[in-house]
Design a protein around this ligand. Structure first.
Ligand code: G4P
Length: 522
């Protein structure tokens, strides 16, 4: 019998892993995928990261710098739960891509290096999760190495993130003596996950027998204190983003990964309702709705394709169905939606809320687009960040200006850069959040369009989207600043300023004008 929408939704978990580079995100991803049977051998994800296959020329940047630029999704199933793990670029220059990806998840796993605690990037990503009320499960990794005291780590999470901690498991031993986890509520002791061993003990004292004698008393003391002094897990507080359940382990040595995957199944929420302009869409609504949070070109060197990653928000997405693209009002056929696994993709016959599918297209879909079975609604909340670097693109061959214009438009639609066309007819300005994005743009313009370019400083260094309650006020501002106004890809006006000082000055002079650094796609 076909699965009902409600059943399908209830067994889906869509999440991302947030961490500072080197905390173990790749290793953990690989171990999670192993559980789901999505990969046969540990090492595939890592190998991919190290070699970063020759998917296309512009990926050279990834190979040379050993960073992961591409956001991808991996679907796997474990114990009847369907997991969609959305990967995010590790480098902060691609932060806007990461932030958009976080709009498509319902929960996040925060990986902390046990020796380092909360690092800057973890903190930043956590803040984005908090803005969106995304519940967080914490995994304290690398317990097999020299680490900080677990209480110190919990304390740091509580203070730096203002997030209550509820340790669910406790590490048995540290570094060389680390040999498993002890479940503080159920008294279960788990060794390395590969050995499938789970033993029930009566109390911490019994669990401590796994340790050398001189460490036992300390373990009993710690676990007793953890049970008495720490907050117990409270699902409501977790779902509201006030409390995080904490797990200890070692992704490399396979400790604690099963605890984590069980927590994702048991605690993490099924696909959440999504806010659209005219109403809130429940995951179990029967009509299909979805939004695009990422576009990726050239995933496969054999097919020069462009994939739009969409998150299904309700109903059932079926291969061959027609969907309405809200931005244009036009219908489009979803003839070849795809699921992504660790190393392959597969045609998706049906997808439900929480699922992420790739839709091949030739430029029809843009970031932030909404697809529906007919209803003209538009999802809110996929963010666009005001760029921190603005540059003019200098073309070596002036004859190719038209081609450059088209290429830049494409790149902007994919979210590689933002494009601003000045009202005074001056050449377009590209904007990025991080400098590496410019390198990607340069490589791709050369590789895909045969356009050698360089970048020139622009006289502007900051920009803000502008609006006003009164159209007349907005018009007045625009007329008074004609040379400093540009339009973004949607035609929305942007005020460009030389520096932060003149931005503040103008904003004080024109209090009726709203200047914002984050625009939500619409
Ligand atoms: P990232 O994606 O968050 O950047 O981290 P990644 O998984 O690549 O891990 C960073 C380094 O930490 C890797 O070592 C990895 O093997 C190691 N690591 C991850 N989890 C654990 C753990 O639980 N225990 C220990 N001891 N190490 C861990 P590397 O030397 O950079 O790479 P490799 O050459 O060893 O693969």
């Amino acid at each position: 019998m076909a699965e009902s929408i409600a059943e399908a939704v209830s067994r889906r978990r869509t999440f991302a892993i947030i961490s500072h580079p080197d905390a173990g995100k790749t290793t953990l991803t690989e171990k999670l995928l192993l559980f789901g049977g999505a990969i046969q051998l540990a090492g595939e994800v890592k190998a991919k990261k190290d070699r970063i296959q020759t998917r296309s020329d512009w990926m050279k940047i990834e190979r040379e710098r050993g960073i992961s630029v591409v956001t991808s999704v991996m679907t796997f199933e474990y114990d009847d739960t369907v997991f969609n793990l959305l990967d995010t670029p590790g480098h902060e220059d691609f932060a806007d891509d990461t932030y958009r990806t976080l709009t498509a998840v319902d929960a996040a796993v925060m990986v902390i290096d046990a020796a380092k605690g909360i690092e800057p990037r973890t903190l930043k990503l956590f803040e984005v999760c908090r803005l969106r009320d995304i519940p967080i499960i914490t995994f304290v990794n690398k317990m097999d190495r020299e680490s900080r005291d677990p209480f110190e780590i919990l304390d740091e999470v509580e203070h730096k993130l203002a997030l209550d901690c509820a340790p669910v498991t406790w590490p048995i031993g540290r570094s060389k003596t680390f040999c498993g986890t002890y479940h503080l509520a159920t008294n279960e002791v788990r060794g390395a996950d590969t050995q499938e061993r789970l033993t029930k003990v009566n109390d911490p004292e019994m669990a401590s027998h796994r340790l050398p004698e001189n460490e036992r008393d300390a373990f009993i003391e710690e676990t007793t204190l953890a049970i008495e002094a720490c907050k117990p897990f409270d699902r409501k507080a977790f779902l509201e983003g006030h409390l995080t359940p904490v797990f200890f382990g070692s992704a490399l040595r396979n400790f604690g990964v099963r605890d984590l995957i069980n927590a994702l199944s048991d605690f993490a929420p099924p696909p959440r309702a999504q806010v659209a302009d005219i109403r809130t869409v429940e995951a179990t609504d029967d009509k299909m709705t979805a939004f695009v949070f990422k576009i990726q070109a050239n995933m496969d060197p054999n097919h020069r394709d462009r994939i739009a990653f969409v998150r299904v928000c309700s109903g059932k997405l079926e291969r061959g169905m027609k969907a309405r693209l809200s931005r244009t009002g036009k219908q489009m056929g979803l003839t070849a939606p795809q699921f992504f696994f660790a190393s392959q993709r597969q045609l998706a016959d049906t997808a439900f809320a929480g699922d992420v599918v790739g839709i091949p297209n030739h430029g029809t879909l843009r970031i932030g687009d909404t697809l529906t079975e007919g209803e003209p609604l538009v999802f809110q909340g996929v963010p666009n960040f005001a760029p921190e670097i603005l540059r003019r693109v200098r073309l070596e061959d002036a004859m190719k200006a038209k081609k450059l214009k088209e290429a830049l438009q494409q790149m902007a639609e994919e979210g590689v850069v933002q494009l601003f066309s000045p009202d005074d007819g001056a050449p377009a300005i590209v904007g990025v959040v991080g400098a590496l994005q410019l390198d990607v743009l340069k490589e791709r313009l050369q590789a895909e369009y045969g356009l050698p370019v360089s970048f020139e400083m622009s006289r502007f260094s900051v920009c803000r989207w502008i609006s006003a309650d009164s159209p007349a006020e907005l018009e007045k501002f625009i007329s008074a600043h004609r040379g400093d106004i540009a339009r973004d890809l949607d035609g929305d006006p942007v005020f460009m300023a030389q520096d932060g000082f003149s931005l503040r000055y103008e904003s004080e002079r024109y209090p009726a004008i709203k200047m914002v650094a984050i625009k939500e796609y619409h």
